[in-house]
Design a protein around this ligand. Structure first.
Ligand code: SAM
Length: 362
């Protein structure tokens, strides 16, 4: 069996801000390892740095250059604006980049005005002048299309909330920041799952076809498992693997509540699932959402305020997690029929990101 190797593009994962621009601009990356060319297409899907966002918003607000066409792609505009204002490399030119590049001088002038208005000299001072807590965060909920269609869910929610559909993730609804949906009947019945935008992109990025066999390698509590099941319209087969006994029960409960009958829950260490086992010979896709530091959500977690927190314990934990993630990714790559892997994790640099890599293998 040929062993697939991640080549070259792992640096995308680590290259921070530039890589975040890759979503719309990187279409094909080839990496050669002698006679093995395995990693042909890679896409970094999510990319909003919380700290840059308010600056970019203020700049756009000041210059008002976005036509309605570009407003519909606002997130992409923020990323390109980031590159124009703070990037160090030449931009790859698509239509969106060309459009904003024409406004480069106006945008830079707006940033200069913002510095004056905020009474700071440098952009780094500007960044710290924004408080994360000042950013209103919308609430998201993902419709379980195994139980309910999007229109019916919208009709129901609109009785109570101002709600709209997300432009990027089908079936994802956006609610106002303070909407509390935990006790909503549609949530209780498993027709809707409370899942943030980043998490909701994972199954969509995997893009499973209804007849596929899929492994969800680190599955509990199972929100992504049931999202994959819904995208497969309840057909095909999902093997949902979970190591932790208590969490296996949670996973089973989620699957049952969602009515996802094509999911087989396995209480096992993913690393012990043998790629040579005939039971997995037809597995075409793997969703890999391994335990991670959550550092990409550090602003919400506030771990550093815990009495047990020390910088050393954090480093130790990160090293262990990183070693596990590497093993798990290598293991996923060793399944013979796998064509697609989505690897999802959070990481932090001086900004905060969730990283989602889609690997299409041949
Ligand atoms: C980030 S959570 C997964 C979240 C899940 N994908 C979801 O969206 O609901 C990671 C899970 O992987 C499990 N896990 C950790 N190591 C594992 C291993 N070696 N094999 C299988 N599961 C593992 C953890 O117990 C945890 O439940």
């Amino acid at each position: 069996m040929a062993r697939k190797k991640v080549q070259g593009d792992t640096k995308l994962a680590a290259s921070g801000r530039r890589s975040l621009h890759a979503e719309k601009t990187l279409s094909r990356v080839e990496a050669s390892n002698g006679d093995e060319v395995k990693f042909v297409y890679c896409k970094v899907v999510l990319k909003i740095g919380y700290l840059d966002l308010p600056i970019n918003k203020d700049v756009f607000h000041t210059v008002n250059v976005l036509s309605s066409k570009w407003k519909r792609q606002e997130e992409l505009m923020y990323i390109i604006l980031y590159d124009i204002l703070f990037g160090q490399e030449a931009l790859l030119a698509g239509d969106a980049e060309k459009f904003l590049l024409q406004k480069k001088d106006v945008l830079k002038a707006a940033l200069a005005k913002l510095l004056v208005r905020k009474k700071v000299k440098h952009v780094s001072d500007l960044t710290t002048s924004y408080k994360i807590s000042d950013l209103p965060k919308p609430r998201y909920a993902c419709i379980n299309t195994l139980k309910m269609d999007v229109e019916s869910a919208l009709l129901e929610f609109k009785k109570q909330y101002e709600v709209c559909q997300d432009a990027m993730v089908p079936g994802l609804l956006i609610f106002p920041p303070r909407a509390d949906l935990h006790d909503h009947p549609l949530v209780k019945s498993g027709s809707v799952f409370l899942q943030g935008k980043a998490s909701s992109m994972v199954a969509v990025a995997l893009g499973p076809k209804p007849r596929w066999e899929v492994i969800d390698a680190c599955a509990a509590p199972g929100n992504k498992t049931v999202h994959v099941a819904a995208l497969m319209k309840g057909n095909g087969k999902i093997i949902a693997c979970e190591l932790n006994k208590e969490r296996v029960q949670r996973l089973k409960d989620t699957v049952k509540l969602a009515g996802a009958t094509n999911v087989k829950v396995k209480h096992e260490d993913f690393l012990n699932m043998s790629p040579e086992d005939p039971a997995y010979s037809k597995v075409q896709a793997i969703l890999l959402d391994p335990s991670c530091s959550g550092s990409g959500t550090v602003v919400d977690r506030l771990d550093h305020l815990l009495p047990s927190y020390t910088a050393d314990s954090d480093v130790n934990r990160l090293e262990k997690l990183a070693a596990f993630q590497k093993k798990a990714l290598e293991h996923a790559l060793s399944f013979p029929a796998v064509e697609r892997i989505v690897y999802s994790t959070t990481f932090s640099s001086n900004l905060f990101y969730l990283l989602l890599l889609l690997m299409v293998l041949n």
